[in-house]
Ligand binder design. Structure first.
Ligand code: PLP
Length: 404
């Protein structure tokens, strides 16, 4: 008789966005005439940049000709893409990362969920609270998180680092020493980030205590402030303690195209074991490469035209972000984020819980957002709106919220 992975049974409820989708579907069914504006899930709405589309068309044509057809991609990804990444995302910023330390993948969600596989079962993980739920859930699935306490919505073997209004959304060094530290900066969902000197302190801490940092830079393209690092490798010593995850979803609108990468420096070693070698082994065995057409699309994001077009796209979303932020502030809300990330994090009014505010906004303004508590216990009493809608819908949603 087979047995299941019992850890899956421990997962509370369904994935956050499935719950939201079900609630919105039920409301829409009961109110088919309502015009719902979705500022909930962090999905982009603008079409792919012309430079990306042109590269994809060209790559499709290559696939139609036996002389230029491509089958399986190389394990780490095509060199043309890894060279562009190393040069534009790292070397141009003074980061010492070489193309063969970059692993091209189908996105940061899978990498952020899979990376825990190369670590021992009894590692203690630390996460910012609130944060992108995949880090904790993937560790639950692998049995690393202990038992769940429904009252506090916490796992016994997870170290939570609250990021709230009170500490300016800056995670503090935990009292217990973690082995694996997940940092998502700029942060989803709070839209806030930390300065480069503050990040340097985390790198120094990880090197001192012998921890590894899993650094998720999915929103790096939205950084607008000077004193914020675009990569953890801008910090001294990061090569010996950090793995960096990146995505093309938010900077280039690839949520449906699927492309990302993970950097595992060769200096990252645990005893005699090279984490780079382990991840290469894992990648080679369990992943068969991002499509050639998509990797060419990724390469096009680094061309001069591609860069200029993506800059405009990011500016479009950030215009939404500042409209949401100032609109909500004028309406009397306490609001965070929206400066270095396309997320606005607001304090729910009148001591409403996150889910109460979700229902209130859905029913009274027909606007969908995301309850803060879905990202961790310290997210209770907060709410996330995304800047990824169209400008017209964003303005319309704001007008409705301001009328409440
Ligand atoms: C912090 C963070 N990491 C990773 C992802 C997923 O990225 P991808 O689309 O590359 O899988 C998201 C998506 O919302 C995210 O917010």
């Amino acid at each position: 008789m087979y047995k299941i992975n019992e850890n899956y049974q421990k997962l509370p409820g369904s994935y956050l966005f499935s719950t939201i989708a079900k609630k919105v579907a039920a409301y829409t069914e009961a109110n088919p005439d309502k015009d719902i504006i979705r500022l909930g899930i962090g999905d982009v709405t603008q079409p792919l940049a012309p430079a990306v589309i042109a590269a994809m068309h060209k790559a499709v044509d290559e696939m139609a000709d036996a002389a230029t057809f491509r089958g399986y991609a190389p394990d780490l990804g095509y060199e043309f893409l890894r060279n562009a990444i190393a040069s534009c995302d790292y070397q141009s910023r003074g980061c010492d990362i070489s193309p063969d330390e970059i692993f091209v993948s189908d996105g940061a969600k899978s990498d952020s969920a899979n990376i825990q596989e190369i670590f021992a079962q009894d590692n203690r993980i630390a996460v910012c609270d609130p944060v992108y739920p995949v880090y904790v859930d993937s560790n639950v699935m692998s049995g690393r998180t202990g038992t769940y306490d429904a009252a506090s919505e916490t796992w016994s073997d997870v170290i939570y680092m609250p990021c709230t209004m009170e500490n300016g959304f800056v995670p503090e060094f935990p009292k217990e020493t973690p082995d694996i530290i997940y940092l998502c900066l700029p942060n989803n969902p709070t839209g806030t980030t930390i300065t480069k000197p503050q990040l340097q302190e985390w790198v120094d801490y990880a090197n001192k205590v012998g921890a590894v940092i899993i650094y998720d830079g999915a929103y790096e393209a939205y950084i607008s402030e000077e004193n914020v690092a675009h990569s953890i490798y801008e910090c001294e010593g990061a090569r010996t303690c950090a793995i960096e995850l990146k995505s093309f979803s938010k900077n280039a609108g690839f949520t449906g195209v699927r492309l990302g990468y993970t950097v595992v420096p060769k200096d990252l070693k645990c005893g005699g074991a090279s984490l780079h070698g382990m991840w290469a082994r894992r990648h080679g065995t369990k992943f068969n490469g991002a499509p050639y057409i998509v990797q060419r699309a990724g390469e096009a994001t680094y061309s001069p035209e591609g860069k200029a077009q993506l800059k405009e796209q990011v500016a479009y979303y950030m215009k939404n972000a500042s409209a949401i932020k100032s609109g909500l502030q004028e309406a009397g809300y306490t609001v965070f984020g929206g400066v270095n990330a396309p997320y606005i994090w607001l304090k729910t009014p009148d001591k409403m819980t996150s889910w109460e505010f979700f229902d209130y906004l859905l029913e009274q303004a027909n606007v969908v957002g995301t309850p803060g508590s879905g990202f961790g216990p310290s997210g209770e009493g907060y709410f996330r709106l995304t800047a990824f809608g169209s400008y017209e819908n964003t303005k319309k949603a704001l007008e409705r919220i301001r009328k409440l």
